[in-house]
Write a protein that binds this ligand. Structure first.
Ligand SMILES: C[S@@+](CC[C@H](N)C(=O)[O-])C[C@H]1O[C@@H](n2cnc3c(N)ncnc32)[C@H](O)[C@@H]1O
Length: 315
């Protein structure tokens, strides 16, 4: 893993801003070595409230999103001996699965902008895997040039202010002929598992500020045309977007109350509830319960979700 370690010691790029102040404010003691200043708001979010929530709900979210990991691993064809970059790796569940696939001769470099999520990732990491977690902004991270066979991400690439720049930078880490595979969400209306609880919350709390559809966030890559434009602009070829439908059990097989608890704690709903008093959360929970009840099937509460599985090649 010497190559990875060397790259972590690389000096900040000339045009990469340093987010010391943002991190000082949002996550005491964390300094991001290099970052694109335009990603400062996302960096602050993932090192603040957003990161804390993902850590708190990590096990549930991993269970919910396990089918996506399975799908991506199948589509990627990842195998023994390969070198993989896992972008926006979060708490590292995908990175660990990939490292097991490429063992014993392969290795994984997993990069994320969130210190608290990487802390959880390192806690989860089993001994003996060739897997390194690195704190950094994928937009400017100095990837060891030309080494990786696969660029992989489960929902970790929709948060860049300038995605073409980010993917151009990530591509520097890829060997000729390397594959890209990632998952991103399609339109909000195609994802009731997130939007139905959010609409229930909006009966009690103000709507989140409207953002342009291409602004960084979970739905930034909903437009297939945009994703294609970004990846081709970054030098990828044979870009393909496969629409995949999901059935996501918000209850994890544990009944309606569990589905409500999960919905309160994740995604845009949790953002909308930030700072709201406990009494209001109780009212929101009641509305959510009523909205989710029609979907209950025994102890499961499955709702539809829709993603793109995006694949491409780095020529
Ligand atoms: C929706 S979470 C997905 C986490 C993980 N891939 C999973 O499936 O559990 C998005 C992740 O992207 C990371 N992220 C956001 N902007 C980033 C950036 N510029 N560089 C690297 N990681 C970033 C966040 O910190 C967060 O961990």
């Amino acid at each position: 893993m010497t190559g990875w370690r060397l790259c972590q010691k690389a000096p900040p790029l000339a045009d990469g801003g340093i987010l010391r102040s943002a991190f000082g404010a949002y996550h005491a003691g964390v300094v991001l070595p290099i970052a694109d200043d335009r990603n400062a708001a996302e960096a602050a979010y993932w090192n603040g409230a957003g990161g804390a929530r993902w850590v708190a709900h990590q096990r549930s979210q991993d269970a919910l999103l396990a089918p996506v990991l399975q799908l991506l691993i199948e589509r990627s064809g990842v195998g023994a001996g390969e070198v993989v970059l896992d972008i926006g790796c979060g708490a590292g569940t995908t990175s660990i699965a990939l490292a097991k696939r490429v063992a014993p001769a392969g290795r994984v470099l997993a990069v994320d902008i969130s210190a608290p999520l990487l802390e959880r990732a390192r806690q989860q990491q089993p001994a003996g895997l060739e897997l390194e977690f690195a704190l950094g902004d994928a937009t400017v991270y100095p990837f060891p040039p030309g080494q990786a066979d696969l660029l992989f991400s489960r929902f970790g690439v929709m948060f860049f202010a300038d995605p073409t720049r980010s993917f151009t930078n990530m591509r520097t880490g890829l060997a000729a002929g390397a594959r890209l595979v990632f998952a991103c969400w399609r339109e909000p209306r195609e994802n009731p598992w997130l939007m139905l609880p959010l609409e229930a919350a909006y009966r009690h709390v103000p709507r989140l500020p409207a953002t342009p559809p291409e602004a960084p966030g979970p739905f930034a890559f909903a437009s297939a045309e945009r994703v294609r434009r970004i990846l081709e602009g970054a030098g990828f070829s044979r870009v393909r977007l496969e629409p995949c439908e999901l059935s996501l059990d918000l209850a994890e097989g544990d009944g309606l109350d569990r589905a409500v608890e999960m919905s309160l704690g994740i995604g845009p709903t949790s953002r909308a509830l930030d700072g709201q008093p406990p009494a209001l959360r109780v009212a929101v929970a009641e509305s959510m319960r009523a909205a989710l009840a029609p979907y209950q099937q025994g102890e499961r509460v499955p709702l539809p979700g829709a993603i793109w599985v995006v694949t491409a090649l780095s020529p």
